[in-house]
Design a protein. Structure first.
Length: 48
């Protein structure tokens, strides 16, 4: 059986990893949403 300290360390690591994954997913989704807008703006830019 794990001791309490080891269990707490594992939980902290899991929470940190979950937070990092959520932030990465959020960044990826926001980039996907802005990418079509940027492409449309580049197509509409006559100086292009």
């Amino acid at each position: 059986m794990f001791d309490l300290r080891k269990e707490a360390e594992m939980r902290l690591h899991s929470e940190k990893l979950a937070k990092e994954l959520a932030l990465a997913k959020q960044r990826e989704e926001s980039e996907e949403q802005t990418a079509p807008e940027n492409a449309a703006a580049a197509d509409a830019d006559p100086s292009g």
